[in-house]
Structures are given as C-alpha cells and as structure tokens.
Design a protein around this ligand. Sequence first.
Ligand SMILES: Cc1cc2nc3c(=O)[nH]c(=O)nc-3n(C[C@H](O)[C@H](O)[C@H](O)COP(=O)(O)OP(=O)(O)OC[C@H]3O[C@@H](n4cnc5c(N)ncnc54)[C@H](O)[C@@H]3O)c2cc1C
Length: 504
Amino acid sequence: MNTTENPIEKIVILGGGTAGWLAAATLANIFKNTPLKIEVIESDEIGIVGVGEATFPTIISIIESLGIDLIDFIKETQASFKLGIKFEDWGTVGESYFHPFGTLGQDIDSFDFYQCWLKCKAEGDNTPLMAHSAESTLAEQGKFFLPHKAKNTPLSRAFYALHLDSSLAGKYLRKFAENIGVKRTEGLVEQVNLHANGNIANLVLKSGQQIGADFFIDCSGFHGLLIEKTLKAGYESWAHYLPCNKAVTVQTKSVGTTPPFTTSTAKEAGWMWHIPLQHRTGNGYVYCDKYITDEQAKQTLLTSVKGEVLTQPRTIPFTTGMRKNSWLKNCLSLGLAQGFIEPLESTAIHLVSNSIAHFIKLFPNKSCNPALINQFNENVRIDYEEIRDFLVLHYSKTSRTDSEFWRWCKSMELPETLEQKLQLFKASGALNIKDGELFRSTSWYAVLDGLGVKPDNYNPMLNIWDSENLKAILTQGSQGLKDIAKQQPSHDQFINEFCKAKEI
Ligand SMILES: Cc1cc2nc3c(=O)[nH]c(=O)nc-3n(C[C@H](O)[C@H](O)[C@H](O)COP(=O)(O)OP(=O)(O)OC[C@H]3O[C@@H](n4cnc5c(N)ncnc54)[C@H](O)[C@@H]3O)c2cc1C
C-alpha cells in the first residue's frame, strides 16, 4: 500500500502570499479530520509581492469549494465583478475587442455556433461575434447580475470572476486556514538543511529556531528559496516568446462608474492594466525594457491613469517561464516560486489552485514515489504551455507596426503547438481544444476575431442550412441577450445592493 504506510505527518509551507495561504487553506480543509499538521512560515521583513488583483472564473469555485461564503469574501476583499477583459489597441490602434468568459450563442442542430456565425457573416450579416456573448452584452451596458439567479434566461450561461485586493484576500485565507488548525510562524528562513538523500530536512530561522517536516511547499515568491536556491530545479525562460520583463504598478482612487471588466491597453512596448476594485483601481504597465526605459514606462503609466495616485510607483522585474521541475525530492513549488506568466489573462491564482488539485490527486507518502513527481511535473507543464500559447497569440497576431516592440511581436517564431492550432483554424475555423484546457473555444474565437484573424472557409456542412433561417435564429438570440441585459442592474447598483464592502 502507498499512502497508508509511511504517511506524511507534517507539511511546512514557506511563504504567506496568496500561493502559500491558498495552499494552506485548501490542504487544511481537506485534511481537517486527520493527524496531518500544516505550518506556514512567512517573513514580515520580506513581505508579499502584493499585486495580483484580476482573477479567472475558477476563483468562484476555489472560494466555494472551501465552504467560504462568496458574498462575505467579496465584501472583505473589496472585490468587484469581472465578466471578461476589454483589449484596447491590441490589433490596431483605436480599435478594441472583448474576451468574455463563458460561451458564445448556442450550437444549432449540433453545429458549432461559431460556424453558424461564420456562414452568416460570409453571406453579408455584420452582427459582431460578441453580440452573442452574455458577458460581452452585459459588459457593454455596464450591467451585472449573478448568472445562477437568472435561470431560464440566456444570462444563466454567463461566467464571471472577481477583481480583488490581493493583500486582503491573503489575510482572509490566512484567517480561514488558522481557524481550521494551520500554524503560522513569523520569521526569516536563513538556512535550509538537507538529509543525506538530498531531501529537505528542516528550515532554520534567523532566531535560530529549526522547523522540520516530511514535505515542504515552496511559496517563497520569485527567488524560490527551496526549489531553486536549495534544490536547483532550474528555470526555463520563455522570454523568446513573451519578452516583457518588468511591470510598474500604481494604485489610484476610483473615478466614475466601476466597469465589470478588466481593461488591457496595448502600449508602445507592452500593455497596461486597469483593474477596478470597490475602493480603488489597480494599474500597471507590463513592458520589455529592451524597448523602453523604466522611467519612460513609469511616466507612461502615470499619464494614463485616471484619479488621484495613492501609492508610489513600484517596478517589479520578472522572467516569463517555469521551473524545469516544479516538484523535486520532498518539495513542491507553487505561485511565483513555480513560474511566472504575465498577468494578461489573470491566470496566476488559477495556476496555484490547479497545481494544488494535481498534487492532491497524486498525494505522496514520505517516500515521494518518482512516478507521482513525474506526473505532477508533466501536468503543470501542460497547464503552463497552454496558457503561454494563448498569450503569444495576443501579441503575435497584431497588425501594429508602429514600434520596434510590435514589429518584433509580428515576426516572432511561434511555439509549434500554437502554429498547429492556427493552421487548423485557418483551414475552416476548427479548433483542437483538449479536455482540461483552461481556454475553451470562446476564448480563442474572441481573441482571433478581435485581432482580425479569419479562417479561409467555414465548414461546408453548414450549407445544408437555409441562410435566412440561420440568420433569423442568430438575430433572435442576440436581440434576446440585449433585451434581458437591459433589465439588469448596473454593476455599481448590484454591488451596492448585495455586496458593498466597508469603507477603509
Ligand atoms: C506585476 C504582476 C502582476 C500580477 N497580476 C496578477 C493578476 O492580475 N492576477 C493574478 O492572479 N496574479 C497576478 N500576479 C501574480 C500574483 O501576484 C502571484 O501569483 C500571487 O501574488 C502569489 O504570489 P506568491 O504567494 O507566490 O509570492 P509572494 O506574494 O511574493 O509571497 C512570498 C512569501 O514568501 C515569504 N518568504 C520569502 N522568502 C522568505 C524567507 N527567506 N523566509 C520566510 N519567508 C519568506 C514572504 O514573506 C511572502 O510571505 C501578478 C504578479 C506580478 C509580478
């Protein structure tokens, strides 16, 4: 037998950022009626990275699977709702597109909705693709309503995520985890001792205290104190696909209404985010320092933000990529210690949660069977590469040629996996989305269409449909969405009525 013999009795998590506390909360929740002990070590001297405010819809299931009341979480983290991302100036300066969560229209007689739309378009119908998205229609009108409360209407198909204050989210998860038995130790880890077999034995704090465990989870942020500095897992850089290597961030007072979406605006050497929370807006410029100086990036950010600036601009360097092995010996890495993909599609918290889910499925005993380790590392690689390819699409299919950065993006060599996807799409608008992939066909269609990438043909099978009939079905669907969206409260009205946070 495996885990029943020689079971893990104690896990130490190094790091109390979002990754550390999410891991602690999830594991403690699962193992709450078992003898397994969980301890988090975090250092006030180092602090947390403190950015990471836009999320993916999986945040809702993460919160609910912990048994946390979603409305309480929203109030405590000053969260607002996110129906998708508005991309400005990515394809061409002056144009924008929307990437919604959820699905587009509904398949008709088992024909993919996108194919139906392509056929109508080929025959002269100019209705935009996004007129068939519940999230995009709500977002355009600045409306929000919880999809599960809109049963039997097309809005019930909508998905949403949150914009949240990451420091408050970390504190919330910490309180939750401590309440179910997680021990927290404050202190700076200065030394890591190994067993003769290379496994980690214990961590030594500045105070001299030694903390041992059977298994360690490295959530120590970018430098990866355990997985990299100690175990030398190695890092695979993807800078040749995603060259942005810095972000400058600043918080501002919110002005005007709260949009139910993140805004991502392409700039001369990267892109800028605006993330509206209830009490303030998070802003940042992600850029490549080969094409613009830190000072220029800072000034571009400061001249683009609206509202009073609340914090000093902060520059954070990074290298896009992932650990060659994110589980090595008796140490698993999560969050920034595991890898970094720029926040263009807000995937970091999702990746932490998905890695925890892989770990739980492959939970080891003290011997850490290498087969479990290999499978985990393969699963994580698949997750990262899928997101990488989707992000590369955003840059590489631009029509912009107005700066050196964008000219480079247009000419970059694509990952083979992305190249294959694009060739299939080009043939007839088909996509090969595998089970478990995060970005489903709606996401790919939204970005491809937004960037003006068109297939050569639609699937000729669609010709068995009478064009007028098909067009009438599509028009009825988009009109229905528009009408029902109009009846919903504005995003601000919804927040004020159901989940207004305390003033802070
Ligand atoms: C510019 C930028 C924008 C981002 N935007 C988004 C976004 O919109 N959405 C999203 O989901 N994610 C985003 N992310 C990612 C997100 O910030 C992180 O994934 C998330 O905050 C998790 O960070 P972490 O917990 O891995 O690391 P950190 O927050 O850096 O925490 C590291 C922890 O380790 C502890 N530690 C480190 N060394 C020691 C030591 N020697 N001894 C004791 N303790 C130690 C620290 O005290 C701290 O508690 C963004 C990241 C960046 C850089």
